[in-house]
Design a protein around this ligand. Sequence first.
Ligand code: UT7
Length: 332
Amino acid sequence: MTPAALITGWGYYVPPKVLTNADLEAMVQTSDAWIYERTGIRERHIVEGDEVTSGMATKAAKEALGRAKVKGEDLDAIIIATTSPDYFLPTAACLVQESLGARKAAVFDLGAACAGFVYGLAIARGLVASGAARKILLVGAETISRFIDWTDRATCVLFGDGAGAVVIEASAAGAGIQSTALHGDGRQKRHLRLEGGGALHPAARRGDDGASDFIQMNGPEVFKLAVPAMADAAKEALAQAGLRLEDVDLFVPHQANARIIEAVAKRLGLDRSKVFIDIDRFGNTSAASIPIALCDAVAQGRVRKGDTLVFAAFGGGMTWGAAVVEWSSPKR
Ligand code: UT7
């Protein structure tokens, strides 16, 4: 029988430094009222010094491994969903592997922007189903603040740094990750980009080549694309799992904008009580946002054993997707 892929541990970490909307008012022409009304964000956490993606990922991972009672050395795979790794090489996954002493783990970074965590759930489920791995660490971790133009008010008010991790284990019983729906559309790539530093515009050859080292986003276009895409992916994943919208106990979407989340929930006909939003405290942490929100939801007692959770995300590329997970109880 195909083993189920259960989430047995979870944990998150955000750097201590908090950047409030009031702080941003002193940096660019903006206001707390504009930011909160247009995005739902009050504050976000930002890295300082040398603590970037792999360090935050390691801290989140240790919490998740502790909950799952899994040792680093027992991991078969480490997947880090990120658009902001410490380096191109070594990957963030290699750095996390070293910190955890996860000697036998296969290790790789996953680049699917804000949809990276949902993509990672699909890959982890596949590795478990094929028998290739029984214990997997999946982390969404981002240091987007290092790729922000802090004079561009259209982007600098939106993002935050952080990491969220889950441990996924093969099990003969339980449902776990029930289905995933993944999509992409490179034709829309111009609306959200980070071009500088890649092979076309490598740092060593940079003159005035027109490429930017910062995230550039056409927010309204991304907004319009995100709402139907996330709603449709959620419906698709639910249909694949043989479930209906009425079966959803909690919708835990990517936290890019509270208005996007509310519009998606409206399209799905989901009551606000079934929608989890914590963007006010973290901003948009890209691939880290869903696992951070999941940890937050569990800590707030919003998730119970047997609950049907739906995750949905949309991000640069464009990439998007959704996943349906039946929540299992921790091993404690
Ligand atoms: O996670 C990856 C995917 N990313 C997303 O999903 C983000 C999607 N987009 C969004 O969340 C929204 O489009 C934004 C929050 C980025 C922008 O909200 P909006 O309601 O689409 O505003 P807008 O870009 O249409 O701007 C409205 C006005 C403009 O002024 P005018 O042209 O009407 O005079 C902007 O210049 O607000 C102005 N504006 C600001 N004003 C104060 C833009 N940014 C700011 C700001 N503070 N920070």
